[in-house]
Design a protein around this ligand. Structure first.
Ligand code: NDP
Ligand code: DGY
Length: 328
């Protein structure tokens, strides 16, 4: 006599790269129901889709709170998010219910660090403005005082949150001739010696840096960290870059700092809300470059993220070790 394996129910909240879908559909472990769209699942559909599910594969744009967990009910064993950030999930509630969580650290570190460097250079050297001037006829001749920006050579860079991505950013920036690499966070990192990183209080980092790069996680402590007081300590010539989460920044205060010349310019890959409304004041500023949260957006990275999130989900469903389980 052989035991019949129970087929478990899984809800996937968005169309994801086929590398991940293939693993799920060929696993023989679960029956997948998919919100088959590139657009976010409406809340009612999420609540309906998750009902009775054993597994949920979600995105950073899905708010996984008590209501969703209640709608899922007691079957829910595992949540796998297609992201390294997990600020969209009510971790305390998830823990209380004994639900395991998978996420996608490491595999997106290089892509996100590359994008951060690209955004920093584009912002500091005013690339979007330059491209615009070429198209609109503003380029009349070579002018000694036109479209000048800021360079990394000989500069001081401050990284807020020298974690996986922060360190990968630091490694990439150092060869540009960065003179001092400062970092802040909750604790000094032994691995920072590789980039000659100096662990300093946040205030020191903010006031000494020519480039301030935010790469920390969004937590209650980091929410609104970059506010009026923060920007007022920055140099007038300093460049501010955020590729972590929008809510780390008070955007009204950032707008004031940029529009009054308190700081030189800012590059943001993340905002609140996302998408940023097209009439948002930040988008009226030439010295603010805003990208649509594309840090990890390379074809191969997204494929690997999908594969990892599928494998996390399958392992969780089967009570096995996950390739990347979030310990919380
Ligand atoms: P890590 O956990 O490796 O790094 C997070 C860092 O945040 C740690 O170094 C931690 O420092 C720091 N941190 C936590 N609390 C504070 C605090 N109060 N002040 C300063 N720093 C703090 O995560 P990753 O590097 O893999 O990812 C970081 C974040 O990047 C993600 O959480 C996500 O939000 C964002 N991200 C954005 C992407 C995009 O597309 N733009 C792509 C991928 C990630 P310490 O160890 O000292 O606590
Ligand atoms: C993440 O993984 O947290 C990013 O924001 C998207 O890749």
């Amino acid at each position: 006599m052989h035991t019949v394996q129970k087929i478990m129910k899984v809800f996937v909240t968005r169309r994801i790269p086929q590398e991940g879908m293939k693993l799920l559909s060929q696993s023989g472990v679960c029956k997948v129901s998919l919100w088959d769209s590139d657009e976010p699942v409406p809340r009612e559909e999420l609540l309906k889709g998750v009902a009775g599910a054993h597994g949920l594969l979600c995105l950073l744009s899905d708010k996984i709170d008590t209501e969703v967990l209640d709608a899922a009910g007691p079957n829910l064993k595992v949540i796998s998010t297609l992201s390294v950030g997990f600020d969209h999930m009510a971790m305390d509630e998830i823990k209380k219910r004994g639900v395991r969580v998978g996420y996608t650290p490491d595999v997106l570190t290089d892509a996100t660090a590359e994008l951060t460097v690209a955004l920093l250079l584009a912002t500091a050297r005013r690339l979007p403005e330059g491209v615009q001037e070429v198209k609109n006829g503003g380029w009349s001749t070579w002018k000694p005082l036109w479209l000048c920006g800021y360079g990394l050579s000989g500069s001081t860079v401050g990284v807020i949150g020298l974690g996986r991505i922060g360190m990968a950013i630091a490694r990439r920036l150092k060869p540009f001739g960065v003179k001092r690499l400062l970092y802040s966070g909750r604790a000094a990192k032994s691995y920072a010696s590789e980039v000659e990183g100096e662990y300093v209080p946040l205030d020191t980092l903010v006031s000494h840096s020519d480039f301030v790069v935010v790469s920390c996680a969004l937590t209650p402590e980091t929410q609104g960290l970059c506010d009026k007081a923060f920007f007022s300590k920055m140099k007038n010539t300093a460049v501010f870059i955020n590729t972590s989460r929008g809510a780390v920044v008070n955007q009204e205060d950032l707008y004031q700092a940029l529009s009054t010349g308190q700081i030189a310019c800012a590059g943001l890959d993340v905002t609140t809300p996302e998408p940023l409304p097209t009439d948002h004041p930040l988008l009226t500023l030439k010295n603010c470059v805003v990208l649509p949260h594309i840090g990890s957006a390379t074809y191969s990275t997204r494929g690997i993220m999908a594969e990892l999130s599928a494998n996390n989900l399958l392992a969780g469903l089967q009570g096995k070790d996950m390739p990347s389980e979030l310990k919380f």
